[in-house]
Design a binder for this molecule. Structure first.
Ligand code: SF4
Length: 557
């Protein structure tokens, strides 16, 4: 008999102090760990729990996906529908929530099997800490197909998903949808702290092995979503240069100029070439700089500052990721690394606490050395508040203070990320327009860059009004003058939009004075392959009719 499956992310609310979590663990990527010091200028958006939709899309069984339910929503679902298995996806800081959900499953549906997945499944001995039947580590689609008795090697169906939702800047909803593309999972580099690389066994599993296959998926999803922009959720999409190059050729041959936000590393960017990235349509890039003194192979011998400047010259908004509280950091030397990361002049900077996470090489090493602070509950193992290991030179309180100051200094010196992003897109337009004189494809890319710059230009009066300080205000004035000189003054419609944006931002700022600007991800319930009520009626009438037939009338076989 076909198994019925419930797949769920952990329950909210998030970012609050309660029995299951802490206020420091927000469910917003940028506001949690990138633009957190930038107040009202912080970038706000939510992501869905993409893995659950991939799993649901790639099996034949009836599946219900609950994404960001409340505890009550989850319990209500367990009371409403019988399931054969309930899958719970969680990360380490949500350990207590997963545990509570498993308890609720046993209480309401004792016959259902409990499947634990996500990065939280890497916690050592998780099977003894949370009541469950299976722990799924690594790529989950093949595992789930096998569990259901289906073909694990059937082709992957890519679900059509929006990458970020409820996007806001200064409380203003930002236009345009960006789709999600997942070419594959894992990374072969195996940096010692990297949970993702280790979770997937330091291998890369492509979902789509060729550029042609990716192009087909992009065309389909672009038509369905009405967008040309995609966030590429792949640890190092450009590492397979042949595939990326083939995708670019398909796009050029078919005049489909998709644009991408990607993760990459310095070695790969250099191999692919910055101008080639602009051809591909990359407009955002996340790069791990990590630390000036602890050099990983991906960064060895490379001038990251020059590379990042070149990327921004081509209209690519770079997010620089760095690690604090490495072994060589001391109170008198950590500021060198903070300065180094700030001086790389990314559009965004992420500072992460060095965190030995379960499953990583670092975790094994620190556990052997008895350095992990197991007194710190898992809810705090997220790298944005407290160290989860004993650092010889920093107390917990000192580390928290240093982290806050790093974000603050970055904001003080480089101004808001929105300002930097606007400046980058204008700069990119100028570069690509000049390259486009001899290359129609790059000319088209320059027009796309122009649209991005003009969209953000609408926010300049708002940015100036809420400027962090005089330095940022002066930078915004200079940028506005550059816009006027390059593109002329704004038309009346754009001026009206500027006024509207300014009004919304002021209303939002006023609201934020009276309550915490905490936004919870929206709950969604999605059903896959459940028979419709009409179909169920038909089935029961058919079985009733079959029961009334004489034995000789029963279908044979
Ligand atoms: S390159 Fe990035 S994704 Fe790959 S192992 Fe290193 S940190 Fe992880």
């Amino acid at each position: 008999m076909t198994k019925k499956l419930l797949l769920s992310s952990v329950f909210g609310p998030f970012g609050v102090d309660d029995a299951f979590g802490h206020k420091e663990n927000l469910m917003e990527l940028f506001h949690n760990q990138v633009t957190k010091a930038q107040g009202i200028a912080s970038l706000r958006f939510h992501h869905r729990s993409f893995g659950l939709y991939f799993l649901a899309e790639n099996v034949r069984a009836p599946v219900t996906v609950l994404d960001f339910p409340s505890r009550n929503d989850f319990e209500r679902e367990l009371k409403r529908q019988r399931y054969d298995a309930v899958g719970i996806s969680f990360i380490v800081p949500n350990f207590l929530k997963a545990k509570e959900m498993a308890r609720l499953v046993r209480q309401h549906q004792p016959e259902a099997q409990i499947l634990l997945g996500g990065h939280g499944a890497a916690i050592e001995g998780i099977e003894n800490l949370i009541d469950c039947d299976h722990v799924v580590r690594g790529e989950g689609i093949r595992w789930l197909r096998q569990y259901l008795g289906e073909d694990p090697h059937a082709p992957i169906h890519h679900p059509t998903l929006i990458s970020a939702e409820h996007k806001r800047l200064f409380g203003i909803p930002t236009p345009g949808a960006c789709g999600l593309l997942v070419p594959g999972v894992g990374c072969v580099n195996g940096c010692r702290f990297c949970a993702t690389s280790h979770f997937f066994g330091r291998t890369y599993t492509p979902f789509f092995a060729s550029g042609h296959a990716l192009f087909e998926q992009l065309c389909r999803m672009s038509n369905e979503l009405g967008t040309q922009e995609f966030f590429v959720m792949d640890e190092n999409f450009l590492k397979d240069k042949t595939r990326a190059q083939e995708l670019l050729s398909c796009m050029e041959e078919n005049h489909r100029p998709f644009s991408f936000a990607v993760f990459s590393s310095a070695e790969t960017i250099e191999a692919f070439g910055v101008e080639n990235l602009a051809r591909l349509g990359v407009f955002f890039l996340w790069i791990g700089a990590e630390s000036k003194h602890e050099t990983y192979d991906k960064n060895k011998g490379r001038n990251l500052q020059a590379l990042i400047r070149n990327l921004r010259d081509h209209g690519i908004a770079v997010l620089v990721s760095g690690i604090l509280f490495l072994e060589h950091h001391r109170p008198d030397t950590i500021s060198q690394d903070i300065d180094y990361l700030i001086d790389l002049q990314g559009v965004f900077t992420q500072f992460m606490m060095f965190t030995p996470l379960p499953g990583t090489q670092l975790y094994k090493q620190y556990k052997r050395q008895n350095r992990i602070d197991f007194d710190l509950p898992f809810e705090q193992w997220h790298g944005q508040h407290l160290l989860n290991f004993h650092h010889p030179h920093f107390t917990r309180a000192q580390a928290t203070q240093w982290l806050q100051e790093a974000f603050q200094q970055e904001f003080d010196r480089n101004s808001s990320s929105v300002y930097r992003m606007t400046e980058t897109y204008l700069r990119g337009y100028e570069t690509l327009a000049s390259l486009g004189n001899r290359d129609p494809w790059l000319r088209h890319r320059s027009h796309q860059m122009l649209d991005r710059a003009q969209e953000l230009r609408i926010l300049l009066p708002t940015l100036r009004h809420f400027a962090h300080d005089e330095l940022e205000r002066a930078r915004i004035n200079t940028l506005e003058a550059r816009f006027d000189a390059t593109l002329g003054s704004l038309d009346p419609t754009s001026r009206a939009l500027q006024l509207a944006a300014f009004g919304i931002a002021n209303a939002h700022a006023l609201r934020c004075r009276f309550r915490r600007d905490l936004d919870q991800p929206r709950f969604s319930r999605t059903r896959y392959r459940w028979p419709s009520p009409m179909h169920r009626w038909q089935q029961s009438l058919e079985s009733l009719a079959a029961g009334l037939r004489k034995p000789s009338e029963q279908p044979i076989g």
